[in-house]
Design a protein. Structure first.
Length: 238
């Protein structure tokens, strides 16, 4: 990550932390409209790009939602969140490995639960996210959002709000290449197609309502990511 990108990320995190605090404290309540982009730029003395990155992160966490032609509002789900966790940053490969280790345990079980609880609509949402990722790979565009949507759709298919809350808390940070966009693999088509194929294995197991196969497919997906980032850590240490 370049120095400019790191600086922008720090500024965005400052905006995220303040708005999240206002939402969780009740100062901003469900249905309240956030200040406009120009107002946020002035309040935090940051650029429009920083404001948009912060809003995108809060949206991914399920705390705010945009309404076409009206603005950005605090979401209804933010008031019902079951977990009030402190903001988290994933700033290094060792921290990424820790997050992947946690995700392997949490999301492995989520996939298994989703396999026997998912509705037809929830299965369709998982499949739609995976199709979206395939299309973005084909177009050479960023797949981070679609990747996150895939994992969020699985969490939703558990029909257990705590799985959803945890993934919303971490937001798109759960997708490591989104945190390290300058790494070679971030835009490597062969790598992205492998990730997509791993997702397809998870989807198939959930569609077949096979909890153990879904669990193992998700664990294999996380283990593959761990191996990739351990190798990167070793290369960086040389």
């Amino acid at each position: 990550m370049t120095t400019t990108a790191r600086a922008r990320q720090r500024l965005a995190q400052r905006v995220i932390d303040e708005l999240r605090t206002q939402i969780e404290s009740g100062k901003l309540q469900a249905g309240d409209q956030l200040p406009t982009e120009p107002q946020l730029e002035a309040a935090f003395d940051v650029s429009r790009t920083v404001v948009r990155e912060a809003i995108a992160d809060l949206r991914a966490a399920g705390l705010v939602k945009p309404v076409q032609g009206k603005g950005v509002f605090v979401s209804e789900t933010s008031a019902r969140s079951g977990l009030l966790l402190t903001p988290v940053e994933v700033k290094s490969i060792p921290e990424t490995l820790e997050l992947l280790e946690f995700r392997m345990a949490a999301e492995g079980e989520a996939a298994a639960i989703a396999a026997y609880r998912r509705t037809a609509e929830q299965e369709a949402a998982i499949a739609a996210a995976n199709r979206k990722m395939a299309l973005l790979i084909e177009q050479g565009l960023s797949t981070v959002e679609a990747d996150y949507e895939f994992h969020m759709a699985i969490a939703a298919a558990t029909n257990n709000r705590f799985y959803v809350d945890v993934l919303r808390h971490f937001g798109a940070r759960t997708i490591p290449r989104g945190q390290f966009p300058t790494l070679p693999e971030a835009n490597d088509r062969a790598y992205l197609e492998k990730v997509h194929a791993e997702h397809a294995e998870i989807l198939t197991a959930i569609a077949d309502q096979d909890p153990e196969r879904a669990r193992q497919a998700m664990r294999a997906h996380m283990l593959a990511s761990q191996r990739r980032y351990r190798l990167l850590a070793e290369l960086q240490a040389q």
